[in-house]
Design a protein around this ligand. Structure first.
Ligand SMILES: Cc1cc2nc3c(=O)[nH]c(=O)nc-3n(C[C@H](O)[C@H](O)[C@H](O)COP(=O)(O)OP(=O)(O)OC[C@H]3O[C@@H](n4cnc5c(N)ncnc54)[C@H](O)[C@@H]3O)c2cc1C
Length: 423
């Protein structure tokens, strides 16, 4: 039997990042277990659209076809004027359907259904274990291993592994166990409300995703299921109570949406308030404890960079752990994981997502297309499919190929720090 450098990985959190990492590791034959605080998967209306940069990792996990089959492959996005909902400019990602034989279009499946698909895959195909009702309350480590303290219905326990990966979301206990309350960044002073609604947007020419510009009543309307469910996320005044936001929802819809619908003219399925943050942990590694996705970094949801970036973290972390497992990398590759993924958040996720939000809530939307370089680039690319394709491909700068640092690739292209790639 081959002697392996470690025996087991513990993942904290059965959200999208934890489940994807678990599938990738299990598929590679690396013993992996998930600890989840809740008794079930999360059902809040959150992510639905996964950017092209994350598609290679969903493909490596063997689930991209099923994601597209259960969900959709939306391609178009545009900005619209608020007053008449008219089209300003936009892009069509249909050009990503065949990139050297790969379908790299965005994928869309509401998060609870994606989580369910990944859980089926991890438990069913890879015989993985999720320990429900296991809330991690602390972590620890020494030279030989790492551990977590968990609260379970049967009492408090300690569980050991070689590495612990915190995929436990924005309020990550794993992150707090390493960095305390240190989570540098800021919280936006604007509040948002995410709703899922059946409403006939098609009648008004809305397609996949529309960002409607307004300093106060900005919103996004994105089709998220093939039966016509839309995600409408809109801005609300800060300081309102949840009861006040619920009471204002019919007024906001009538004011903002095309056709100015009254209750009864749409079917509201769900509604949740969110605060928006731009934050990044000081590092994504502390010895044998690692962080990925929301546990490591947060951004506002305009432009869908949250779990897209999280999935790319996970794909990179998988390459690092698989490299160590196979003896093709030593443990120091995990320092590189932390360094490169923090850098990608600072250079790409944070500025791009911040600009996305500033754009949709700009104080002078009428003059924005003349001032904004991204909108100007879109206007230029409208009749130039090759330019559109280049703009979509630029999104792959989010990726980083850690396999170039495998020992057996040193001297080939090892250490070259190739950006924007990844297995
Ligand atoms: C309105 C909205 C829309 C969004 N839309 C998009 C989008 O379209 N595209 C996109 O890319 N991103 C989007 N995002 C962001 C995306 O939803 C998040 O980035 C993603 O859910 C984070 O996944 P995660 O696995 O890191 O954490 P989570 O989804 O938060 O999962 C963490 C898991 O860990 C568990 N857990 C927590 N604490 C513990 C503990 N102590 N012990 C054990 N388990 C624990 C939780 O119960 C949960 O199951 C959106 C966000 C919002 C708010």
């Amino acid at each position: 039997m081959v002697e392996r450098p470690f025996k087991k990985i513990l993942i904290v959190g059965a959200g999208p990042s934890g489940l994807l990492l678990a599938i990738l590791l299990a598929k590679h034959g690396i013993p992996t277990e998930i600890l989840e605080a809740s008794h079930e998967l999360d059902k809040q209306p959150r992510a639905a659209i996964y950017g092209s940069a994350a598609v290679p990792d969903l493909a490596r996990a063997g689930i991209i076809e099923e994601v597209r089959r259960r969900g959709m492959s939306p391609t178009s996005m545009c900005w619209r004027r608020w007053a008449d909902h008219g089209w300003i400019t936009g892009m069509d990602g249909a050009c990503m359907a065949d990139v050297d034989g790969q379908d790299l279009r965005m994928a869309c499946l509401v998060l609870d259904q994606l989580d369910q698909l990944m859980l089926e895959e991890f438990e069913g195909r890879h015989h993985g274990t999720v320990r429900w009702r296991h809330r991690v309350v602390d972590t620890g480590q020494d030279e030989d291993g790492a551990w977590v303290h968990v609260e379970t219905p049967e009492g408090r326990r300690q569980i050991f592994a070689d590495y612990v990966v915190g995929c436990d979301g924005a309020t990550s206990q794993v992150r707090k166990s390493v960095f305390g309350d240190e989570f540098p960044g800021f919280t936006w002073d604007k509040q948002i409300v995410a709703t899922n609604v059946y409403y006939d947007f098609d009648k008004y020419g809305f397609k996949d995703s529309s960002f409607v510009l307004h300093p106060e009543h900005f919103y996004m309307a994105a089709r998220i299921t093939s039966d016509g469910l839309y995600r409408v996320t809109y801005g609300e005044s800060p300081g309102l109570s949840w009861e006040e936001m619920k009471a204002r929802q019919p007024w906001k819809y009538e004011l903002m949406l095309p056709g100015h619908p009254k209750p009864g003219e749409y079917k509201l399925v769900s509604m949740s308030p969110y605060k928006m943050h731009q934050r990044c942990a000081p590092a994504f590694r502390s010895g044998r404890i690692l962080l990925a996705a929301d546990a490591a970094h947060l951004c506002n949801p305009w432009g869908g960079m949250g779990i897209t970036g999280g999935f790319v973290d996970v794909g990179g972390l998988y390459d690092c752990l698989a490299g160590i497992w196979d003896g093709r990398a030593d443990d120091s590759i995990l320092d590189l994981y932390s360094e490169k993924r923090v850098q990608k958040w600072r250079d790409i996720i944070n500025p791009v997502s911040s600009d996305n939000f500033r754009r949709v809530s700009d104080p002078d939307p009428d003059s924005l297309p003349k001032r904004d370089p991204v909108m100007q680039a879109c206007i230029k690319a409208e009749h130039d499919p090759e330019l559109q394709r280049q703009m979509y491909m630029a999104g792959f700068a989010l990726r980083y190929d850690f396999t170039q640092h495998y020992k057996d690739r040193e001297g080939v292209n090892g250490g070259s720090g190739k950006e924007g790639e990844g297995k």
